[in-house]
Design a protein around this ligand. Structure first.
Ligand code: FES
Ligand code: FES
Length: 193
């Protein structure tokens, strides 16, 4: 029941609507995990620093621990449970599996959601902090290992699976229809320090 501190909200998650009462202070992460049993999204730091809780909001990546559930009403929320196409894994999921882009797997749902958003951002021509030529006419930069590392730097992996994560993201990016220019650039297989 709604009160001055709680509201009944409807969240659209992976194409399905869920109506639930929430305290206004409930984060999207806690609503997903504790209220809706969508435990694929992980809680690491709970303060926006590790990326384990990354989901997609209207197709853009966001850390669910810094998002209030009430503020997510009316948005398209995609969690790791919703990225596959039925039985067919998303190309990013497949690449992580094929290239062993994980060890314990705790950071993996966040890494995958983040990579999905990152590949879209890159294909749309967004520069990163390591992009040398940021003029709009320069177009998207080659998706080098440095570009991937920088763009995925909000997602930490305590197991240190970064080498394989970079390779998996690069391979998945090659399958994106707008990423013809972004072939696995020289240096993508360099060791990550
Ligand atoms: S749990 Fe959200 S960023 Fe760490
Ligand atoms: S695979 Fe263990 S934290 Fe990343």
């Amino acid at each position: 029941m709604a009160s001055s501190t709680s509201s009944v909200i409807t969240l659209k998650i992976n194409g399905e609507k869920h109506t639930l009462p929430v305290d206004h202070r409930t984060t999207l992460l806690d609503a997903l995990r504790e209220r809706l049993d969508l435990t694929g999204t992980k809680k690491g730091c709970d303060q926006g620093q590790c990326g384990a809780c990354t989901v997609l909001l209207d197709g853009r990546r966001a850390v669910a621990c810094l998002q209030l559930a009430v503020a997510a009403e009316g948005r398209e929320i995609t969690t790791i449970e919703g990225v596959a196409d039925g039985e067919r894994l998303h190309p990013v999921q497949q690449a992580f599996l094929d290239l062993d882009g994980f060890q314990c797997g705790y950071c993996t749902p966040g890494q995958i959601c983040s990579a999905i958003g990152m590949i879209e951002e890159h294909a749309a021509g967004w520069p990163s902090a390591v992009t040398e030529d940021v003029r709009p006419e320069a177009g998207p930069p080659p998706l080098t290992a440095d570009e991937i590392r920088e763009r995925m730097s909000g997602n930490l992996c305590r197991c240190g699976a970064y080498v394989a994560i970079v390779e998996a993201v690069a391979r998945a990016a090659e399958t994106h229809p707008d990423e013809g220019h972004a072939t696995l650039a020289e240096g993508t297989k360099e060791t990550v320090a």
